[in-house]
Design a protein around this ligand. Sequence first.
Ligand SMILES: [Zn+2]
Length: 274
Amino acid sequence: MTCQELDSILYPFLDGEFQPEERLEVEAHLTGCAECAQRVNMELRMQQSLRRAARHAVESTRAPDALRARIQLGIRQEQRRDTQMGWLRASAAAVVVLMAGGAWMALRPEQRQRFVDDAARRHARQLPVEVAGGHEHVEAWFDGKLDHRVSVPRLPNVQLSGARISNVTDRPAAYISYERNADKQGAPARRIGLFVFDDAKREVEAPPLPSVQVGSSHGYNVAVWRDEEIVYELVSDLDESDIRRMVAEQAAAKSRPSRPVSPDVAARPVALQP
Ligand SMILES: [Zn+2]
């Protein structure tokens, strides 16, 4: 069962309209998917408080006897359904307890792999860019299109070829496309895709710069890192060492003071500077 499938049956499921074997499927998904477990938990809590509020309203209102009897019958049915749903509440609670214990750490890499796979798949599709131009132009184009600000990293030795709006799993993301030209030593031109998305809740395990986690999927290397609440995923067929060097150089350039440095000093190796 996928997250989308669970999403489409969530409400009938919460209403207890499922057979035991269907429930098992849902339960299996909830054990492996922190996002959905959290969501189910939230829905359950919301339903409970709605019910409490309804009960309270009925108890505190003087309704005609016949109407009151009908409403109370409804509440009794609700209570029966409550018991049916006990198993779900228990299993959702178990998932939460698991997460509070060590299993949460085990779930997060799985979660990250989901994002790695999805980014690689989308990069492979080679979708056309929606905007081209310089870094500032592309950054300005993203303004207002996503909930988070997009800064376009200046990766060393590559050209910015453009950008588009995309997704990584269900997160709206900026997709920034770079190209490295073929060089004189015969290395072919390479395409580099960078996904940028908001992860304020820190659900994706991504190390803060200058650290970077490199995984692989669909024949691509995928580097993942975080800058506060923003997660970056760089997808490319470059070697892992090339990617690490590229990200490290970009991080170093970013943390350097933006005050312009005279070119002859900047070009000299650090050890030779007076
Ligand atoms: Zn899910």
